[in-house]
Design a protein around this ligand. Structure first.
Ligand SMILES: *Cc1c(COP(=O)(O)O)cnc(C)c1O
Length: 320
């Protein structure tokens, strides 16, 4: 067991979706990580429970992070930093895109949502013009150096909190689900910076349970990043869990127009889950993942007892 700072209301509920199960002809369940409870919920709380002790062990006085303007990670990290009394400095872009790729078009300004919570918690945000992810990471690095020169002890947190420790939070989350529900055939989750899928795969693959990650980004390289993360997970957890890129079921077919740009199928999936079961998804991650689940069920690719892992993100539903 690694040092853990309790933040979330765990275990999160898991329950059956009776109406959608009947409509789809499968045994569909949902794992409610939208209800982790910390700072408006979502999957990043589980990672932060293991990241915070590491940040404190380094004696950090400030963390530096980067992500999109509506990053759910920055929101939850920012609040976690306020809880332990250190600064959270974030560099953001409205819609970062793949290096060398084309700039996506987003007609709206993305006000409100996670930004409201960032403001309330005192996160120090610098928003820079849109560009590639590497440009964003370099801007955060420069920010960290500036802070070091002023005497701060800085901890740089990778995008989405995706480190071995972040993945460990989801290894433990897999164990949590196994204690709640038997006979699962497949888990379907949104996937982006990779530690959610890496941790869940580390837990479920040895049990013969499929973990299908539906990507929110148009980037096949993420499978390699998950392989690297699983090595880091093996190192921090001391268990031989490392996996190769091809061991991850990582689907790129449901991204739509781009990262952080809503898709038509995602919006339809959002409406369908809300209107049948009363559960709200977010447009950037979980709606696209649920659209992927619906399509994979229709194709007969996913059958039996299926768990949709609701990763949260609901504050972003109020920005688009
Ligand atoms: C960050 C995030 C994801 C993706 O999780 P990763 O561990 O980054 O792959 C999925 N859904 C929501 C709502 C998120 O905020």
């Amino acid at each position: 067991m690694l040092p853990r700072q309790p933040l979330c209301c765990l275990p999160t509920p898991v329950h059956r979706l009776d109406r959608l199960s009947a409509e789809l002809g499968i045994d569909l369940w949902i794992k409610r990580d939208d209800l982790t409870g910390f700072a408006a919920g979502g999957n990043k709380g589980r990672k932060l429970e293991y990241l915070l002790p590491a940040i404190q062990a380094e004696g950090a006085t400030a963390v530096v992070a980067c992500g999109s303007t509506q990053s759910n990670f920055i929101r939850q990290l920012g609040v976690a930093c306020s809880v332990i009394g250190i600064r959270c400095v974030a560099v953001t872009m409205a819609t970062p895109y793949p290096d060398g790729g084309e700039r996506p078009i987003l007609a709206k300004s993305l006000a409100g949502g996670n930004r409201v919570i960032n403001d309330l918690a005192g996160v120090e945000v610098t928003e820079i013009p849109d560009g590639g992810w590497t440009e964003l990471e370099l801007a955060a690095k420069a920010q960290a150096e500036t802070l070091r020169r002023t005497g701060e002890t800085v901890y740089e947190v990778p995008i989405g909190g995706s480190t071995g420790l972040g993945a460990y939070g989801f290894l433990m989350a897999g164990q949590e689900l196994s204690g709640q529900l038997d006979g699962v055939d497949a888990v379907v989750t949104a996937s982006s910076s990779g530690s959610t899928q890496t941790g869940l795969t580390a837990w479920f693959a040895p049990l013969g349970v499929r973990v299908v990650g539906i990507s929110a980004d148009p980037e096949p390289e993420i499978a390699d990043e998950m392989a690297a993360l699983s090595e880091d997970l093996a190192r921090v957890s001391g268990e031989p869990l490392a996996r190769q890129a091809e061991d991850f079921e990582f689907r790129l077919d449901y991204v739509g127009p781009g990262y952080s740009i809503p898709s038509e199928a995602g919006e339809a999936a959002m409406r369908r889950l809300l209107k049948t079961e009363g559960i709200l998804l977010d447009p950037v991650y979980s709606a696209k993942a649920f659209a992927g689940l619906l399509d994979l069920v229709e194709q007969g690719d996913v059958t039996g007892r299926v768990v949709f892992w609701h990763t949260g993100g609901t504050p972003a539903a109020f920005t688009y």
